[in-house]
Design a protein around this ligand. Structure first.
Ligand code: NAI
Ligand SMILES: N[C@@H](CC=O)C(=O)O
Length: 349
């Protein structure tokens, strides 16, 4: 039985949920997936760090309170983060990077990814910063050391989008896409439609683990902008940066806007899109749009997201599923590890 040793960078909603899955599902994974996961290190700027080369008890990790320095209560634990030590010296085969998304320069997460990849340690990440801003360099580094750099969770949480399009829509000639790509803002718009005010709806999205550490990224469209860049670069062969994508969020949409849209059988949705133009360039944008209720995207509510790919050979192909959530996003990390495992088996044949 294959066992992957994993190190967790950041122990907030997503990586804590991954530890919970490890605690609950390892036996099932052994049977269904052919591998188990052993957590050998965790580092978090707020909670501290802990290394256990023979494996840390995932149940004990999950039970650690969200209090400053709380890892110091664990055997061999410390109140201080130790990102570099955990990445380089915990003995991990795979680093699960789930620290905060920095939309400006992708740091320090990009450096964390680099430290791992330089040593031939694979990285699975849900962090949009390193992927939107540095994917090409990180993929090149991974290839040079024989490691993998996987990031399915960077767009639409655990819902298969990037790998699905790359693998199962290969050859269909994707020419563009349009989608609802932020769970928090879609949750806020749906909640406002049901009568909740903006700030209560946002507070609820934060409680449910959907929102970014700074939710401005959600409500001003910056998070969608990163996801549009990722999809355009990965699937349309573009080389976009966030500055290439004009961006407007939902913060100016009022309760009255939502009610008047409803009276006109329409809904406001935050839409991210990109198209390949006849000249071969790719244009992209993020903006709130008023969609008639007959539009398939109008019916997508709550933290659910959807993306519709325009293809030459199939017409539109739409994927709908979780856009945010702790367990849902931890699943994305698992799906990346499954992909690494399958590739490893292929290479061994
Ligand atoms: N929550 C969700 O639904 C989704 C989240 N993501 C992305 O996944 C990542 C993690 O998300 P969550 O767990 O929800 O966020 P979170 O805010 O709950 O957890 C992030 C953790 O990283 C730690 N951290 C921040 N900077 C650090 C540093 N320099 N070194 C070590 N630890 C550091 C924080 O203390 C915190 O515990 C973010 O980048 C987010 O954008 C992606 C898809 C969905
Ligand atoms: N804050 C994001 C989390 C996933 O990327 C969202 O709400 O979609």
């Amino acid at each position: 039985m294959t066992e992957y040793k994993i190190a967790l960078l950041g122990f907030g909603g997503v990586n804590r949920a991954l530890a919970q899955l490890v605690a609950e599902k390892n036996e099932l994974w052994a049977e269904e997936l052919g591998f188990t996961l052993k957590i050998v290190g965790v580092s978090d700027i707020f909670l501290g760090s802990v290394i256990g080369k023979d494996g840390l008890d995932p149940k004990k990790l999950v039970a650690v309170p969200a209090a400053k320095g709380a890892f110091s209560a664990l055997e061999n634990g410390s109140a201080e983060p130790a990102n570099e030590t955990v990445i380089r010296f915990s003995g991990a085969d795979i680093v699960a990077e789930a620290t905060f998304t920095n939309p400006v320069d992708g740091e320090p997460a990009t450096t964390f990814c680099r430290w791992a990849l330089e040593k031939g340690i694979s990285v699975v990440t849900t962090n949009k910063g390193p992927v939107a801003l540095h994917a090409a360099a990180l993929k090149k580094l991974a290839t040079s050391t024989g490691a993998a750099f996987e990031f399915e969770g960077a767009v639409m949480s655990g819902t298969p989008v990037i790998r699905m399009a790359q693998e199962t829509l290969a050859g269909s000639e994707i020419t563009g896409f349009k989608g609802i790509l932020n769970g928090t803002s879609n949750f806020i718009l749906s909640s406002m439609q049901a009568g909740l005010d903006f700030s209560n709806a946002l507070a609820k999205a934060q409680d449910l683990g959907y929102a970014e550490a700074d939710p401005t990224a959600d409500v001003e469209g910056h998070d969608v902008r990163l996801k549009v860049v990722i999809l355009a670069n990965e699937l349309l062969g573009a080389k976009l940066t966030p500055n290439d994508v004009c961006c407007e969020g939902i913060s100016k949409i009022t309760a009255e806007d939502i009610q008047s849209a409803a009276r006109a059988d329409s809904r406001w949705k935050l839409i991210g899109s990109a198209q390949r133009t006849p000249s071969g360039t790719v244009t992209a944008s993020v903006s709130p749009q008023l969609l008639p209720n007959t539009d398939a995207l109008a019916g997508v509510s709550g933290a659910t997201n959807a993306v519709s790919f325009e293809t030459n050979l199939l017409g539109p192909v739409t994927v709908v599923g979780a856009g945010a959530g702790r367990i849902e996003t931890a699943y994305a990390l698992l799906s990346d590890i499954i992909s690494i495992h399958k590739n490893k088996i292929k290479q061994a044949i």
